[in-house]
Design a binder for this molecule. Structure first.
Ligand SMILES: [Mg+2]
Length: 295
């Protein structure tokens, strides 16, 4: 932690607020156990310093809400690969445009309807019978088995609004189904376990929009993002400090490339913990975080 310096030293330090965006599966949550326990030291520091932790995942709203309770997290979040941003009511004091609201959130939607996505998936299946299978076609028990989590979690994972995870049996068809997606103004992204069919939304667009919203209150802002898969690339491109987390086998996904990418020194939540603590330490040597109460 920063010690009390002289006024001269303080005035030389750039002050900014910090935001942390994070993927869940294989990043903050262990790929197999879905535990975030190894990341608790860094999570505690973020909370103490009032640094917003913003979940940005391919998971559904229902799944994220369950995890937010476990994390005691009250910040906005991004569901289904940038399909929508959910902002708790009264979170921002300034007015902003949103698509719709419910009792808990103002919701900014970027994704297109799940029913439309399912239509296009069916079209792909018609071209390649038996080679593609979407979440919507798997019974809850099978989703539980595929994801290796309890049936209740599988039920929440199936409550999809903007994105369809799917499996393909034959990698050779990937180019062709990408073209079918493109013709329908959709695209295919790759997560840790599944391919995803979705609209023109991605995690990066949602991250940039949220950054803008925080900038109405805090300026300047610096951003960190942590992810492990190709569907995290746009999110990593949208921030100042992009962190790539090691996969379960200890490698960094070679297809996720960008300038100044920080390679986390560990797998899943252990790598998350080490990378966040190191970055916070590095940043606190040069700045005072506005959210720590700086003026
Ligand atoms: Mg992931």
């Amino acid at each position: 932690m920063e010690t009390h310096g002289t006024n001269e030293n303080s005035s030389m330090k750039e002050r900014f607020a910090l935001l942390v965006f994070t993927d869940l599966d294989g990043t903050l949550l262990d790929h197999d156990s879905y535990s975030f326990e190894p990341a608790l030291p860094a999570l505690t520091v973020l909370k103490k310093r009032n640094i917003p932790l913003i979940i940005c995942t391919s998971k559904t709203r229902a799944e994220i809400e369950r995890i937010r309770i476990q994390l005691h997290n009250n910040h906005p979040f991004v569901s289904e690969n940038g399909g929508a941003i959910f902002i708790p009511k009264d979170y921002f004091s300034h007015p902003f445009e949103y698509t719709r609201e419910d009792s808990a959130y103002r919701i900014i939607e970027y994704g297109i309807s799940y029913s439309r996505i399912r239509e296009v998936l069916k079209k792909m299946e018609a071209h390649f019978p038996g080679k593609i299978k979407g979440f919507g076609d798997f019974p809850t028990e099978e989703v539980a088995h595929l994801c290796d989590f309890p049936r209740e979690q599988a039920r929440l994972a199936k409550m999809r609004e903007y994105d369809e995870p799917f499996l393909i049996k034959d990698i050779q068809i990937l180019d062709k189904i990408q073209q079918i997606a493109k013709n329908a103004d959709l695209h295919i992204s790759k997560g840790g376990r599944f391919y995803h069919l979705l609209g023109q939304n991605d995690k990066g667009k949602a991250v940039l929009r949220l950054r803008e919203m925080y900038e109405k209150t805090f300026k300047p802002i610096k951003t960190i993002a942590l992810g492990d898969s190709p569907n995290d690339l746009q999110m990593l491109e949208a921030v100042d400090y992009p962190v790539l987390i090691q996969k379960a086998d200890g490698t960094h996904d070679p297809s996720v490339k960008r300038e100044n990418l920080i390679q986390a020194p560990g797998i899943g939540p252990s790598g998350w913990n080490a990378a966040v603590l190191k970055l916070l330490d590095h940043l606190s040597n040069t700045i005072k975080l506005a959210s720590e109460g700086g003026t």
